[in-house]
Design a protein around this ligand. Structure first.
Ligand SMILES: N[C@@H](CCC(=O)N[C@@H](CS)C(=O)NCC(=O)O)C(=O)O
Length: 210
């Protein structure tokens, strides 16, 4: 098994943190997306849409999409359970993971990809011909992030972790999203004390450095 990965990029970071929480190591093949390695023909044979991460199994099958990879790894290494232990927990993990990804991660990605000079012509991932930046998406992304912060702060006023009592993959997606947003100077607002408390706790886990 091997993992096509780029440590600087947020979706690979979700898988890396997941693996660290499980205590599992997989050989890494670095695909440096800053140097456009995702567009090499050899990598396109691994993932036709030129995105990382990808897990290649020993039989040559390739699994892309961070959450598909994590679900596969969860089945191989069930402990600690990071997708929930029973029907209710699994549903809550799914609910909060999707909210983190759709309202948080995609907004942060919109801000970065549509404003950073390094992402000029890279408005969307994995498009070799380039995608122009759209300035309006930056403002929309900032507004979405503000709603995301407020919503998750409210949630964390009631519970220890995003999906409930236990640390799960929903915390991983939320944490990686917030850390990613700091690259475009979007920080947790001072008023979101519950979210800040939670972020500092997750940041101190060894897996955060994976
Ligand atoms: N939905 C995919 C998204 C993968 C993705 O967007 N990966 C980015 C790195 S975070 C990438 O490969 N970017 C290539 C590019 O910018 O062209 C997942 O969850 O893994």
């Amino acid at each position: 098994m091997k993992l096509y990965d780029f440590k600087m990029a947020p979706n690979p970071q979700r898988v890396n943190m997941f693996l660290a929480e499980k205590g599992v190591e997989i050989p890494i093949v670095e695909i440096n997306t800053r140097e456009r390695a995702q567009f090499d023909e050899s990598f396109k044979a691994i993932n036709a849409i030129s995105q990382v991460p990808v897990l290649e199994l020993d039989d040559g099958s390739c699994i892309a999409e961070s959450m598909a990879i994590c679900r596969y790894l969860e089945e191989l290494h069930p402990e600690p359970a990071l997708f929930g232990e029973d029907a209710k927990e699994r549903a809550l993990v799914e609910m909060w993971s999707r909210r983190a990804e759709f309202t948080g991660y995609l907004a942060a990605a919109d801000i970065l990809r549509n404003s950073a000079p390094a992402f000029e012509d890279r408005g969307l991932p994995g498009v070799p011909g380039g995608v122009p930046q759209i300035a309006e998406l930056v403002e929309r992304g900032r507004n979405s992030m503000a709603r995301f912060f407020a919503h998750f702060d409210q949630r964390l006023s009631d519970v220890r972790f995003v999906a409930g009592d236990a640390f799960t993959v929903a915390d991983i997606t939320t944490f990686v999203t917030i850390r990613f947003a700091t690259r475009v100077e979007v920080e947790i607002p001072a008023a979101c004390g519950h979210l800040k408390r939670w972020f500092e706790a997750v940041e101190s886990r060894p897996s955060a450095a994976a």
